[in-house]
Ligand binder design. Structure first.
Ligand code: MG
Length: 341
């Protein structure tokens, strides 16, 4: 019997408007992998893998993983739970490759049913919080230019974790009264983080993301206890299994599809975090509107949205969810609601 689903993939070459620099470095050119699942009637579901070296992935590992997964495409695309479990049983790592398939399958199922994915989950898109827009690490002049260019966005996320963090905050606060959130991307020690807390308060920072190294959960506990600003775990929290050890150590988690490996795992993470009264943030990688849109369908369930990955690009090859003016707008078409630009 011919297999009802076919998998195709292509590399997307993406370029950010400015080099995107965070505490551990950065660049302008990014490669992601678009995945298409095509059924016997020619209906296509789309997904995107945005591999990240710090989670052990590259475009090459994504291609290798997709080859393995292509032998385990579900005969019934509606069996989302079984399909995702099957992929995880073959290769449990490779989360960006798996989430590309998971997104494509959800897109396909939504199209077959004629409804958007958020509707499949019973969600109201009007409940989506506003998205931040990120200002990467840069010199003073470039920071000013970026803050100007980000005029339409009401909430800025500032990348820190450098030896000139106070200067960066001074420059940005000197230009705008907008809400500011901070992400140190593992760049501080416990001592540095605790020293920065009153500074962050002085500048009116409302959220502090991943001040310490990913594995330093005890340190995160110390910082959170000393902080009046909520502390969110990003690099320390990849999948649902990472949440219980973080209970009492941080105020919330930053969920990203490229870390957790599937849309259903994302839903599980939200449920587990909520059971522990933790805040939920949804973030992204530098990626096109395919991956951003898959994440955007979850935004009615979260407190903090940081889905600027496609907004930071020079040319986004796809049209899907948007964050113009910080407002998350979900497409209303079936599935993920994506089209090529
Ligand atoms: Mg982060």
């Amino acid at each position: 019997m011919a297999h009802p689903l076919r998998l195709e993939s292509e590399i997307l070459e993406l370029r950010t408007r400015h080099p995107f620099i965070i505490a551990r470095g950065g660049q302008s050119d990014y490669r992601t992998v678009m995945v298409r699942l095509i059924d016997g009637d020619g209906v296509e579901g789309w997904g995107e893998a945005a591999p990240n070296r710090i989670y052990g992935e590259s475009v090459e590992t994504v291609h290798g993983a997709l080859q393995n997964y292509s032998d385990r495409l579900p005969s019934d695309p509606f069996l989302l739970e079984d399909a995702e479990a099957g992929w995880e049983s073959i290769l449990a790592l490779n989360p960006s490759a798996r989430v590309a398939l998971s997104s494509a399958l959800h897109d396909l199922v939504g199209k077959r049913l004629g409804i958007p994915v958020y509707k499949l989950w019973g969600l109201d898109p009007a409940k989506a919080p506003r998205s931040t827009f990120t200002i990467g690490i840069d010199n003073d002049a470039k920071l000013r230019q970026k803050v100007k260019e980000a005029e339409q966005y009401p909430i800025l996320k500032i990348k820190l974790g450098t030896d000139r963090d106070v200067e960066i905050l001074e420059t940005i606060r000197g230009m705008t009264q907008k809400e500011l959130r901070v992400d140190a991307n593992c760049g501080w020690s416990v001592k540095q983080a605790i020293r920065m807390l009153p500074v962050l308060e002085e500048f009116g920072v409302t959220v502090l993301e991943q001040p310490l190294a990913a594995e330093d959960l005890e340190g995160l506990g110390k910082v959170s206890r000393a902080s009046r600003i909520p502390v969110i775990a990003d690099e320390s929290c990849k999948t649902a299994a990472d949440i219980p050890p973080l209970v009492g150590k941080v105020d919330g988690i930053n969920l990203k599809l490229a870390k957790c490996g599937s849309l259903r795992e994302a839903l599980r993470m939200i449920a587990i975090a909520r059971a522990h009264q933790m805040m939920v943030m949804i973030g992204c990688m530098i990626e096109s509107s395919i991956a951003i849109t898959a994440a955007a369908h979850l935004t009615p369930l979260v407190d903090i949205v940081d889905l600027d990955g496609a907004a930071l690009l020079q040319d986004d090859p796809f049209v899907g969810a948007s964050i113009d003016g910080g407002q998350v707008r979900l497409p209303t078409g079936p599935g993920l609601g994506l089209s090529r630009r």
